[in-house]
Every structure is written in structure tokens, then in C-alpha cells.
Design a protein around this ligand. Structure first.
Ligand code: NAP
Length: 311
């Protein structure tokens, strides 16, 4: 066995699970595709994580969580899960690089990634005016005209960040009401350079070397107009990173179904955070899920094998 508890994904859910699992004495390993932190790394400021009343940068919170998990002995391995199988002893996880990892118990905390708009020009203009990360790309649009697509918490949070650099930010939303929480709606209303275009969708991206505009469609009248812009930031929701998870564990939107112990239908296999069905997608909730999953993964291991697993 490579470890007692393998945690796939090192965002807030995975990092929190690692803190709890390693601190409880289990040989704990995190498997991470790119870098720890998950979507937190794309967030300029998290201002609703208890204990940080002034807010904390996603990057800083990630650093603290990773340091914390490593302090208790959790290890970080870089790689991407391609398939997970139950074995007699536990679980076998095939990685995309061909490596196989074996673990007695597994917590899936792979989170979710951005949902593309799926309109002409989006792929061609990726990184040439089309972005999915305000924190990463906002500073490139200093003094420029920008559009933010979407009406959820991400769209409004990112619009506030991009407005620190851009000359103008126009939020394009397909309905007449934002999905985002009231406090964010109030904040954007107070920034004069943030405008809104409600009942509108982006139908196409226009430009040559980079984006110079979009075609907007009024969802009420059907009228199409050209709208000049230097950049478009897309925040139209999330797709769970569950491609490697057996289909029978997923709901209709491919999120992992769990019970209150974060257990899936396969004993010893747990899920935590944004990849989980019904999750309230907040950093604090992901961290809570991770703690719960690690606790019950530990209980399950001890019930199955006794205390032999403890370091
Ligand atoms: P979301 O809440 O699912 O919002 C997605 C937005 O994109 C919605 O306004 C939706 O419109 C719109 N949309 C979806 N598909 C579209 C399409 N094809 N064309 C145009 N618009 C489209 O996603 P999110 O904002 O990324 O947030 C995800 C989760 O993370 C949420 O649970 C959110 O609360 C959480 N989050 C929290 C914070 C925070 O607490 N500070 C920050 C960011 C995210 P409709 O409204 O019409 O469906």
C-alpha cells in the first residue's frame, strides 16, 4: 500500500482532509494534478472564511492549509487520476502517466472546473481576450474595456476585482436578476465603472489577433448587437472533475453522491467538496467536508483493520 488514506485533489476539501487524516496518525497522501489550492488559487480575496475578517488571498489560505497538512506528515504527489478500482485490500488508482497507486481508503476531493460558454470564437480566442480567471488575467486589462459573463457569485466577485484595473466592466447576464448573493449585488452597484446588461447572452466572439468585440443577443426581443470589448471573462458555473469516478456513484450532473459521512456507495471511498452532489460550494464547506470524510475514512479503516494502521 502507498498509504492508508489517499486524497485525490488538494483544494480546501483535500487539504482539510489531509490535516485531519495525518493528524489522526494515518499515512496520508494527496494526489494533485497541477498545484494545491484548487479554485481558491483563482480567488483574489476570500472574505467569508471565519477568522479572517479583513479577508485573505486564496493563494495565502492555500499556503497555510498546505503547510498545516504537511506539518502533520501528509505527503503531496503530483499526478492525475484516470481510473479508480476497488481491490480486495482497498483501492487501486491508475494515473494518466501509467503509474498505479494503492491505498486502503480514498477521499475524492477533485472539485470542479469552469464551464465554457460553447459559442463560436471561444476556443480560438482563449488567452487572446477570453479568460476564465479574473485574478490571473485581470491585471492584463488595465485601462481596457471588459465584459464579465454570468450572474453568480463568481461573476460578481471577479467583476469587482477586474474593476480595479479595467476602464469599464460590463456584466452580461442572461436573466433579469442576478443569482449572486445580495451583498455582492450591492457592492457592484456602488462601482460606477461596473455596468450591467441584463437579459443578454454572448452569441459569438469577434476579432482577429485578439478579441475586439462580441455579438450580444437580447433574450427578450431576440435583437442582436455588436458590442466592442478588449476582453471577456466567463463565469458560467462549474463542471465537476469526476471523469475517473465510476458512473454508478454520480448524480445526473456527474457530481458524486454521498451520505452524511461523506461516504459513497462503495465502502472505504469518500468524497468531499465541490465534486460532491448537493454541496454548498464555499471554501469553508469544502474544508468541513474534508474533515468529515477524513474522520469517517479513519473510523472505517480502524473498524476493518484495528489500530494497526496508525503510525
Ligand atoms: P453559478 O452559481 O452556477 O452561476 C453561474 C452563472 O452563470 C449563473 O448566473 C447562470 O445563469 C450563468 N450561466 C450558466 N450557463 C450560462 C450560459 N450558457 N450562458 C450564459 N450564462 C450562463 O456558478 P458560480 O458563480 O461559478 O458559483 C459556483 C459556486 O461557488 C456557487 O455555489 C457559489 O455560491 C460559489 N461561490 C462562492 C463565492 C463566495 O462565497 N465568495 C464566490 C464564488 C463562487 P442563471 O442565473 O440564469 O442560471
Amino acid at each position: 500500500m502507498d498509504c492508508d488514506i489517499l486524497i485525490i485533489g488538494a483544494g480546501p476539501a483535500g487539504l482539510s482532509a489531509a490535516v485531519y487524516a495525518a493528524r489522526a496518525g494515518f499515512k496520508t497522501m494527496m494526489l494533485e494534478k497541477i498545484g494545491a489550492g484548487g479554485q481558491m488559487m483563482l480567488t483574489d480575496k476570500i472574505d467569508n472564511y471565519p477568522g479572517f475578517p479583513e479577508g485573505i488571498a486564496g493563494f495565502d489560505l492555500q499556503n497555510k492549509m498546505l503547510f498545516h497538512a504537511k506539518k502533520f506528515g501528509a505527503k503531496l504527489h503530483y499526478g492525475e487520476a484516470a481510473k479508480i478500482e476497488k481491490t480486495h485490500e482497498g483501492f487501486s488508482i491508475a494515473l494518466t502517466d501509467g503509474k498505479i497507486m494503492n491505498a486502503s481508503s480514498v477521499i475524492i476531493a477533485t472539485g470542479a472546473s469552469h464551464r465554457p460558454l460553447g459559442v463560436p470564437g471561444e476556443v480560438e480566442f482563449a488567452n487572446k481576450g477570453v479568460s476564465y480567471c479574473g485574478t490571473c488575467d485581470g491585471p492584463f486589462f488595465r485601462g481596457k474595456k471588459t465584459i464579465v459573463v454570468g450572474g453568480g457569485d463568481s461573476a460578481l466577485t471577479e467583476a469587482l476585482f477586474i474593476a480595479k484595473f479595467a476602464k469599464e466592466v460590463t456584466i452580461v447576464h442572461r436573466r433579469d436578476r442576478f443569482r449572486a448573493v445580495h451583498s455582492l449585488v450591492k457592492q457592484i452597484e456602488m462601482i460606477p465603472i461596473i455596468k450591467t446588461k441584463m437579459n443578454a447572452t454572448v452569441e459569438e466572439f469577434c476579432g482577429a489577433e485578439s478579441v475586439t468585440g462580441v455579438i450580444l443577443k437580447d433574450t427578450v426581443t431576440g435583437e442582436k448587437t455588436n458590442f466592442a470589448t478588449d476582453g471577456v471573462f466567463i463565469f458560467t458555473g462549474l463542471i465537476p472533475a469526476t471523469n475517473f469516478v465510476p458512473a454508478e456513484l454520480l448524480d445526473g450532473q456527474r457530481y458524486i453522491i454521498t451520505n452524511e459521512k461523506m461516504g459513497t456507495a462503495i465502502p472505504g471511498l469518500y468524497a468531499a467538496g465541490d465534486a460532491r452532489s448537493g454541496a454548498f460550494r464555499q471554501v469553508i464547506c469544502a474544508a468541513s467536508d474534508g474533515a468529515v470524510a477524513a474522520n469517517y475514512a479513519g473510523e472505517w479503516l480502524e473498524a476493518k483493520h484495528g489500530n494497526a494502521y496508525k503510525n
